[in-house]
Design a protein around this ligand. Structure first.
Ligand code: SAH
Ligand code: SF4
Length: 437
């Protein structure tokens, strides 16, 4: 535990921990079961999270004339993404007749927040229930984590329910139910977060919540580091990034959006060309034999091919570096020789390195490297010119940790509670301490 705090201290960007380490594991503040209220009648499709093109289709379907479409889409866009409207009645510049038509056909409903957990350090984790997308889909639950820091607020979003890949150190990879999230479901995670932290014009943040000073934004950064492999859902991830970064709406800078991939080489170029976001690579090993085990997609796209795709990533420069994530596994990938090889491999690629202390989960067969080992490893990396490489642990008291997100609902929640009770704290570390975006 002291180790994680030491890591936090080493990072100049990290907000100071709010409480003593010993207090964290036990003093969890979990809100009661919550249901998000909205005025929508069941069964009406929600317009929240849609792209401009999708909104246009919906408006056409209810008879809005072609010549009006652009203006109407712009109005809805503003109400949904700038004002956070949850009710068509708020849309005062839309005529009463059209408002009634819209309310009869659609909703502005958000996915349901099943539970909210608030860490003593201000990190918030939501279990969000996505409605069924069709007769074969019973709906699905995903997790989303908000990490406020002094100079930024980061939202960690999911791109899939579960993950088809089976990285041997990752809990998400053991989840049975897997489906892609739609663009709307990805965007809705930010909408839900902003609802919950009171981040709309005229809204009031909940008591005790972090409020950015000097006009900063509550959510300034988005990382696709929740559940799922974003590049196995590339179409909807790119569409969602379009909505998230639209200047007339949610307006997040693409430089403050990071997509993390285990290395789906064929989709990397497309992501760079079409979404123009920052890229993070889950590298975790410097030899193919080991990476084949830790990140099995390596058997398909080995390290050399992955690094070639990195070199070719559009828009790469010293100001736009790729983040290489490296989970510290005791006795597995944490030797001095691994650190030296890591530095050698990345030579010539504009890169940042994030060392991630391993987060244990029930049944996991790895242990986190000792702090002295992480320190030694990071020293070698540091000497090679990579600054503050250890990712800041956040939200550890609420299991808001990389690779621990697994939403198989009741069973998991019971298990998570057990973990909490038995003191297996999560070392949540979505906060990208070294990101300069
Ligand atoms: N599927 C994508 C994004 C989600 S995982 C990917 O793999 O990149 C986000 C990060 O958490 C990845 O770097 C992943 O390797 C790491 N991670 C997974 N399980 C972890 C664990 N138990 N402890 C620490 N980091 C973990
Ligand atoms: Fe999937 Fe990423 Fe976990 Fe691997 S680390 S199983 S790609 S979520």
């Amino acid at each position: 535990m002291a180790r994680a705090l030491d890591i936090a201290k080493r990072n100049p960007n990290a907000a100071p921990p709010a409480v003593s380490d010993g207090a964290r594991g036990s003093e969890i503040e979990k809100a009661a079961e919550l249901t998000v209220v909205s005025g929508a009648a069941p069964g009406r499709p929600s317009l929240v999270g849609l792209t401009r093109g999708q909104l246009k289709e919906r408006l056409t379907a209810v008879g809005v004339a072609e010549r009006e479409l652009k203006m109407r889409v712009a109005q809805l866009w503003h109400w949904i993404y700038v004002r956070g409207a949850a009710d068509f009645g708020q849309m005062t510049n839309v005529g009463k007749g059209l408002r009634a038509t819209l309310a009869g056909a659609f909703a502005l409903e958000r996915p349901q927040v099943v539970s909210e957990q608030v860490s003593r350090d201000g990190t918030r984790k939501w279990l969000i229930r996505m409605p069924a997308t069709g007769p074969l889909d019973k709906g699905a639950e995903i997790e989303c984590v908000y990490i406020p820091e002094v100079d930024r607020g980061t939202l960690c979003v999911s791109s899939q329910v579960g993950c088809t890949l089976t990285c041997s150190f990752c809990h998400t990879g053991t989840q049975r139910l897997v489906r892609n999230l739609t663009c709307a479901e990805i965007v809705a995670q930010l909408i839900v977060a902003r609802d919950r932290i009171g981040d709309w014009p005229g809204a009031t943040p909940p008591e005790g919540a972090f409020v950015p000073t000097d006009g900063g934004r509550f959510v300034s950064n988005i990382v696709f580091m929740g559940m799922g492999e974003p590049l196995y859902n590339v179409e909807d991830v790119i569409a969602a990034i379009g909505v998230l970064s639209d200047n007339e709406g949610l307006g997040l800078s693409r430089r403050r959006i990071t997509v993390s991939t285990s290395g789906v080489v064929p989709q990397m170029e497309r992501l760079g060309a079409e979404a123009n976001t920052m890229l993070a690579i889950s590298l975790h090993a410097v030899r193919d034999e080991l990476r084949d085990v830790l990140v099995p997609i390596n058997r398909k796209y080995p390290i050399a091919a992955l690094l070639d795709a990195c070199r070719a990533y559009p828009g790469l420069s010293n100001a736009r570096r790729i983040t290489f994530e490296y989970v510290m596994l005791k006795g597995v990938n944490d030797a001095d020789a691994d650190a030296r090889e890591l530095v050698r491999l990345l030579k010539g690629i504009p890169a940042k390195i994030n060392l991630i202390p391993f987060n244990p989960w029930p049944g996991s067969k790895y242990e986190c490297s000792d702090w002295e080992r992480i320190e030694r490893f990071s020293e070698i990396v540091f000497r090679a010119g990579y600054a503050s490489p250890v990712r800041t642990p956040r939200g550890r008291d609420i299991l808001a940790a990389c690779g621990q997100l697994k939403s198989e609902t009741e069973k998991l929640r019971a298990r998570a509670r057990l973990m909490l009770e038995s003191g297996i704290g999560a070392e949540g570390m979505y906060a990208l301490g070294d990101s300069d975006a």
